[in-house]
Design a protein around this ligand. Structure first.
Ligand SMILES: NC(=O)c1ccc[n+]([C@@H]2O[C@H](COP(=O)([O-])OP(=O)(O)OC[C@H]3O[C@@H](n4cnc5c(N)ncnc54)[C@H](O)[C@@H]3O)[C@@H](O)[C@H]2O)c1
Ligand SMILES: [Zn+2]
Length: 345
């Protein structure tokens, strides 16, 4: 694997075997991963989580802290998170503050967590309905990539991760992007949308490792998000505005779906700004449709811009930092007025 923080299951098991104080915190929906893949581990205690954004809170962190205290966890403990991004965010934060910090490691069980959430050391919880308001930067000891764990993941969750994976290739490697689109288009056509078949599994593994490797490299170069790391926000400025509108209207939309739509809007903006050649947005739309991702925001751009304008963090001083695309694999950061999408150059 490309970056040292990323390791395979056999390597992870070997390292965990030597842990004197191993605590596993797992998503209930991924309990089978713990029982079937890790049965031989010397686990001191195994704690199960009922995951939801509503339960991704300080209260849940405190409940975990108490359980650790009751189990006499010392500063030598290692917490192992087994689950999606909610689990890895919660466990990372719990580890960051327990007795002023203990180690943790991730075995992500969603595609989104494998290529995004379980990498980079951003941990945290929601506060009063506001996402990720409390948190800390704390790097995991390792993140173990084991695509086998995706066996039971719902297809919609898989697609949410696919959007983040394609985003990563779009900002870093145009040829990997094209290759991944061809691969997932073929898988979709062969009625194997999650690339589970024996024939497709090695391809899926390769793309997961490549996307995770790119993210791990970017965060290693810019751990505190001063520069390069901002590129990972491709599609997220509009994506967050779309999620905001969806929440306001009670619509059911995953983060990945919003990001896919947000990337198309970012590509349209890139064309309008003269950064990308005409046709890029149409090409991405065709690609996303072929792999089974949505491309059309259900909300008018004017409403999204209004949401951006109100978002003090996104639109500081009337300007928003956008990640624009020159072409697949080539992005540029630009600060633009929040209503730039309404004007053509
Ligand atoms: N820290 C970061 O850098 C970062 C980056 C991106 C996202 N995030 C956070 O990650 C969270 C989203 O992560 P996610 O999409 O993985 O969500 P999630 O953890 O909620 O998992 C999605 C769903 O899949 C279920 N699940 C998990 N693994 C499964 C499996 N193997 N089989 C069956 N079901 C399974 C979960 O129970 C849940 O219902 C958000 O809270 C977001 O804020 C963090
Ligand atoms: Zn995202």
């Amino acid at each position: 694997m490309t970056a040292s923080v990323l390791i395979s299951l056999p390597d992870a098991l070997a390292r965990l075997q030597a842990e004197p104080e191993l605590f596993v915190v797992h998503d209930r929906n991924a309990a089978w991963v713990v029982s079937s893949l890790m049965e031989s581990l010397p686990v001191r205690a195994s704690l199960a989580l009922e995951t939801s954004e509503e339960a991704k809170t300080m209260e849940t962190v405190l409940a975990l802290e108490r359980q650790l205290l009751e189990a006499d966890a010392t500063r030598g403990a290692l917490l192992l998170a087994v689950g999606g991004g909610i689990t890895t965010d919660l466990v990372g934060f719990t580890a960051a503050i327990y007795k002023r910090g203990v180690r943790y490691a991730n075995i992500p069980t969603t595609l989104l967590a494998m290529v995004d959430a379980a990498l980079g050391g951003k941990t945290g919880v929601n506060l009063d309905g506001y996402k990720n308001m409390l948190g800390a930067f704390r790097m995991p000891e390792f993140t173990c990539l084991c695509p086998e764990t995706l066996r039971t993941l719902p297809e919609r969750e898989f697609k949410a991760g696919l959007a983040e994976m394609l985003k990563t290739f779009l900002l870093a490697d145009g040829s990997l992007y094209a290759e991944a689109v061809r691969f997932f288009t073929a898988a979709q056509r062969d009625r194997d949308p999650m690339a589970k078949s024996a024939q497709n599994a090695p391809g899926l593994q390769k793309f997961i490792e490549a996307a995770a490797g790119i993210k791990a490299r970017i965060v290693a170069e810019d751990p505190q998000e001063h520069g390069e790391r901002a590129k990972l926000n491709l599609g997220h400025t509009f994506g967050h505005a779309i999620e905001h509108e969806a929440r306001r209207q009670g619509a059911d939309l995953t983060h990945g779906e919003a990001v896919a739509m947000g990337i198309i809007l970012a590509a349209e903006l890139s064309e309008r700004q003269g950064v990308a050649q005409k046709g890029l947005a149409a090409q991405l739309k065709a690609d996303f449709t072929a792999v089974g991702l949505p491309t059309e925001s259900p909300y008018p751009v004017a409403d999204l811009l209004e949401a951006l304008r109100k978002d003090k963090k996104a639109a500081a001083g009337g300007k928003v930092k956008f990640v624009l695309l020159r072409a697949p694999g080539d992005v540029v950061l630009q600060e633009l007025p929040y209503d730039c999408h309404l004007h053509t150059k």
